[in-house]
Design a protein around this ligand. Structure first.
Ligand code: GLU
Ligand code: ZN
Length: 322
C-alpha cells in the first residue's frame, strides 16, 4: 500500500527551477535554448519555474531589455509561476550576506589593481595565458584590521571571500556527470563585491537561489566554471546546494559561443510560425528527438510534445551515466 502511494508522487514534489537572464541583450538562439531546457525540466518534473532578472551589473545592462526578454519568453509560451524578481531590488539581502560573512571573518577588502595582481603572480611564476582567469595571489588576505561591523565606507576596495585551505569541490552535474574543481588552485579568493560597489554575480546568484528555494538549476555550460564557487559559497552561508544541469552551448559558425558580443540575432517572435521555428531549432540543439512536423500545431501543443521528448532525453542521459 505504502509503495503504491509513493509511486504516485511526482518525481520532485518540491521542484523549483529558474531562468536568470541578464538584461544585456534580447533572447537569442543560445539563451532561448537555456530558457527552454530549464522550462521543460521544470514542467517534466511538475515543478515551479521562476524568472529572475539579473540586472546588477548596471554598466552592461540595457534599459528596457528586461521587459523585452519577458515579452519574448511569453511569446514562446515559456510562462513563469511566481512574480519575477529583479536583483537591483534586492541589494539589502546581498549586503546582509556580506555582513554575515564579515562577522565570521570570511571576507576581506582588497585594493589590488589588475596590474598589481598580474605582477604579484608573475613574481611567483604563476602567470596564466591571456584568456584564462588569474588566480588571486592572496596579497590583501592578512592586512585587514577587523572591526565589529563591516566598515560602511569601504569605497574603492573589493571584498573577497577567503577560501579555506585545500578546497576541492565535487558535484554531479546531470549532463556532465561527476566534476571537481580545486578552488584554491583554479580560482582563488574570488570577489563578492566589486570595488565599484556592485555586488558580484557569485554572491547574488547564491543568495537568490537560496531565497527562492531553487532546487534545480538548468543553465548553459558557459556557466559551469562558476558552479564550484557557488557550491562553496552555499556551504559557507549554510544554504543547501541545488542540483545542476549544464546544457550544451549554441555555437556560431566559427565555433564561438553566441552572445551579444558575437552579434547573435534576436529570437524572432513576430508570429506563431516564427516562434515555432525558433523553438524547434532550440529543441534540436538540445537533442530532443521525435518532435513531429510543426504544421498545424499551436505553441502550447508543441511545448507539451517537447516536454515528453525532454523526459525521454533526460532518461537516456542518466542511463548513459550509470
Ligand atoms: N545571469 C546569468 C547570465 O545571464 C545567468 C545566471 C545563472 O543562470 O546562474 O549569464
Ligand atoms: Zn588585494
Amino acid at each position: 500500500m505504502i509503495l503504491a502511494v509513493s509511486s504516485l508522487k511526482p518525481p520532485h514534489p518540491r521542484y523549483r527551477g529558474r531562468f536568470a537572464p541578464s538584461p544585456t541583450g534580447p533572447l537569442h538562439a543560445g539563451s532561448l535554448a537555456s530558457a527552454l531546457g530549464s522550462w521543460l525540466d521544470a514542467r517534466a518534473n511538475q515543478g515551479a519555474w521562476l524568472v529572475r532578472i539579473e540586472d546588477l551589473d548596471v554598466p552592461r545592462c540595457i534599459t528596457g531589455m528586461d521587459q523585452r526578454i519577458l515579452a519574448q519568453l511569453q511569446a514562446c509560451g515559456l510562462t513563469w509561476d511566481e512574480e519575477v524578481i529583479w536583483q537591483s531590488q534586492r541589494l539589502s539581502a546581498y549586503q546582509n550576506a556580506l555582513e554575515t560573512l564579515y562577522k565570521d571573518r570570511q571576507i576581506y577588502p582588497c585594493t589590488c589593481s589588475r596590474q598589481q595582481i598580474t605582477s604579484a603572480l608573475s613574481s611567483q611564476g604563476k602567470l596564466r595565458a591571456r584568456n584564462q582567469e588569474q588566480v588571486y595571489p592572496g596579497t590583501c588576505r592578512n592586512g585587514h584590521v577587523w572591526q565589529a561591523q563591516l566598515p560602511k565606507e569601504s569605497s574603492a576596495s573589493a571584498w573577497r571571500l577567503a577560501i579555506k585551505h585545500d578546497q576541492q569541490v565535487r558535484f554531479t552535474d546531470a549532463e556532465f556527470g561527476l566534476l571537481e574543481q580545486n578552488l584554491n588552485g583554479d580560482v582563488g579568493d574570488f570577489v563578492l563585491r566589486r570595488a565599484d560597489g556592485i555586488f558580484a554575480y557569485q554572491l547574488a546568484v547564491v543568495v537568490d537561489d537560496a531565497r527562492q528555494g531553487i532546487t534545480h538549476i538548468v543553465r548553459g555550460a558557459d556557466l559551469l566554471n562558476n558552479t564550484g564557487r557557488q557550491i562553496y559559497l552555499q556551504g559557507v552561508l549554510g544554504y543547501s546546494t541545488p542540483q545542476y544541469r549544464h546544457l550544451p552551448l549554441v555555437l556560431d559558425p566559427h565555433g564561438e559561443k553566441l552572445s551579444k558580443q558575437t552579434r547573435a540575432t534576436e529570437v524572432n517572435t513576430a508570429s506563431d510560425a516564427a516562434v515555432l521555428d525558433a523553438l524547434q531549432a532550440a529543441a534540436l540543439h538540445l537533442g530532443l528527438s521525435g518532435l513531429s512536423d510543426l504544421q498545424g500545431q499551436t505553441i502550447a501543443e508543441w511545448l507539451l510534445q517537447a516536454t515528453h521528448a525532454w523526459t525521454d532525453r533526460t532518461r537516456q542521459i542518466s542511463r548513459t551515466q550509470n
